[in-house]
Design a protein around this ligand. Structure first.
Ligand code: CU
Length: 131
């Protein structure tokens, strides 16, 4: 019984292999990159490069509420945003501590997004989408 219990996580990891990035030894299906929203008001990693059609999961690993936004309502937000020609703006809304938001990027180019509550503290991230 003890042996079976010890091997269970290995079997799970093996079953999921090849379907996404490894997070704490576990792979997530349908997710190509993970960006953490941190307690130090950063997106980590700050910049990621993906291919067109890839999905990024943003995870709030802090005790603050964050957002992943490209819809600017203020001048400082407008300065933080960059979208490729033809890309639709997106906005996660509030992401509670422990919650996640996923977005699939279908238009190639460079995206710069911000966290609405923390854009003033420089909480800005970049996604580069290759064709
Ligand atoms: Cu934030």
């Amino acid at each position: 019984m003890r042996v079976l219990f010890a091997l269970a996580p290995l079997a799970f990891a093996a079953a999921c292999a090849g379907s996404g990035p490894a997070v704490d030894g576990i792979t997530l299906a349908g997710v190509d990159k993970i960006v953490d929203m941190t307690a130090t008001l950063n997106f980590a990693p700050n910049a990621v490069t993906i291919n067109s059609g890839d999905t990024v999961e943003f995870r709030n690993i802090s005790t603050f509420t964050h957002t992943v936004s490209t819809v600017a309502d203020t001048q400082i937000e407008a300065q933080a945003v960059k979208l490729p020609n033809g890309a639709d703006p997106f906005d996660s809304g509030e992401i509670a501590p422990g919650a996640t938001f996923t977005h699939t990027f279908t238009t190639p180019g460079t995206y710069q997004y911000f966290c609405e509550p923390h854009v003033g503290q420089g909480m800005i991230g970049t996604v580069i989408v290759n064709p």
